[in-house]
Design a protein around this ligand. Structure first.
Ligand SMILES: Cc1cc2nc3c(=O)[nH]c(=O)nc-3n(C[C@H](O)[C@H](O)[C@H](O)COP(=O)(O)O)c2cc1C
Length: 405
């Protein structure tokens, strides 16, 4: 699988004193390149194998190795608060034994006891050490407690012996992290989803534009939820003041034209398209390069022209993704939404009454009706936008399932 899910994930990498420590440079570099935020914790013995500067440079953050350095924060608990997952690589016989017995005598072993997130360990050691009854029992104990322990690979070991004990490949460690974070067997694993969100801005001149009050929250919730379900998610966002959801690739745009281009860049690549953006239907026919001066005129006429119909153009793609649109209506909600569903050739439309001030635009809650192309209508009771996002994605999964049946 691809590893887009790593974007924005917070991962702690614990490095211990094994000869394979140098191979973990590649793991840290890959995690960082794929967009994860990585903190490296090294044991004092690991620092005999690889200089901390290497890991600090690859992760872009100073390495933590000292328990007792005076600081503003308590390092082991702040690392535990930070982490979504931790991987110990290479994991020495020593750290495996310490974690199995609750020993906390340095920063990494203490931090491991403070984590309540998933722990992955990638043991690497001489075959005889690996087969030692105490080490084998410690590995078993940790497995039973839910620690994910990768099988060491077989081959020629640094000491010249042949056998099991080599550090697993970087790809295997990434897959183990995906599993630990629940991404691998998630319902949308392997699916490519694009969500548009927020308003667009159609420039009149450099300081004025036509827009609408969409906060973008519904689209951001949908993108975040799709990522949590394992999808590879691109969020094409108009100007909003929201933090990017974890695990999502965000493309920022301003106008409907730019949003259209950003969407077209994914032609033929998507399994699901969700158009949650409130795209302006019209833009000024001409956008002035300089600010329009008030002068002494009382009136200013603006001529508006249509913007591209993004979702209708995605409906023409071949292959065509599952298409979900939104209908923000102020009158005859369900009738208008159903017409839009048919005219644009969507699989589902989310009908949204934007007249009500307690829901919809800018609000944290919403009350919508999901209408399928089959005519099925599912009214959802008033709920938070994150709950609505879950219901919409349940329907999307159902639509994807009925495609492959
Ligand atoms: C050259 C050399 C290579 C070593 N390689 C390993 C190894 O691959 N796996 C292992 O478990 N221990 C290995 N050790 C032993 C550990 O460094 C030792 O047990 C140490 O106490 C581990 O400390 P740490 O777990 O705090 O990093 C090696 C030692 C030396 C001198």
């Amino acid at each position: 699988m691809g590893h887009e899910w790593l974007r924005g994930r917070r991962i702690v990498v614990g490095v211990t004193g094994g000869i394979a420590a140098y191979k973990v440079c590649e793991l840290v570099s890959t995690l960082t390149r794929l967009g994860a935020t990585v903190r490296v914790v090294m044991t004092e013995n690991a620092r005999r194998f690889v200089g901390e500067l290497t890991f600090a440079t690859l992760s872009g953050t100073p390495v933590a190795h000292e328990m007792w350095a005076p600081r503003d924060e308590i390092v082991h608990t702040s690392l535990a608060d930070f982490a979504e997952a931790v991987i110990v690589a290479p994991a020495t016989a020593n750290i495996i034994g310490k974690l199995a017995h609750g020993i906390a005598d340095d920063l990494l072993s203490t931090t491991l006891l403070a984590f309540d997130c998933p722990i992955v360990m990638a043991p690497a050691m001489n075959t005889r050490m690996l087969c030692n009854a105490a080490v084998a029992a410690n590995i078993e104990t940790l497995r039973q407690r839910g620690v994910r322990i990768l099988e060491p690979e077989e081959g020629r070991l640094a000491c010249g012996d042949e056998g099991a004990g080599r550090l697993p490949a970087t790809e295997a460690m990434l897959d183990a992290l995906a599993e630990a974070l629940g991404v691998a067997d998630a319902p949308l694993a392997g699916m490519r989803v694009l969500v548009t969100a927020g308003p667009t801005r159609e420039a009149i001149d450099p300081v004025r534009f036509i827009s609408n009050p969409s906060s973008g929250r519904m689209g951001y919730e949908l993108a975040g939820e799709a990522a949590r379900r394992g999808a590879s998610v691109t969020l094409v966002s108009g100007p909003v003041s929201l933090d990017p959801p974890a695990g999502v690739h965000v493309v920022n745009v301003e106008s409907a034209g730019q949003m259209h281009q950003a969407v077209e860049a994914h032609r033929g690549e998507l399994d699901v398209f969700i158009g949650a953006a409130a795209v302006a239907d019209w833009r000024p026919a001409e956008s002035h390069d300089q600010k329009i001066k008030k002068g002494d005129r009382d009136e200013l006429e603006l001529r508006l022209v249509r913007t591209p119909d993004i979702i209708a153009s995605v409906a023409q793609w071949d292959p065509r993704p599952v298409l979900v649109g939104f209908a923000a209506e102020t009158t005859d909600l369900l009738e208008n939404a159903e017409r839009k569903l048919r005219e644009k050739g969507l699989d589902m439309i989310v009908a949204n009454d934007v007249c009500r001030s307690d829901i919809g635009f800018g609000s944290d809650a919403n009350e919508v009706t999901l209408i399928r192309a089959s005519g099925n209508r599912t009214p959802l009771p008033r709920a938070s936008k994150s709950e609505i996002a879950r219901s919409i994605l349940d329907e999307v999964q159902d639509l994807l399932g009925s495609r492959t049946d």
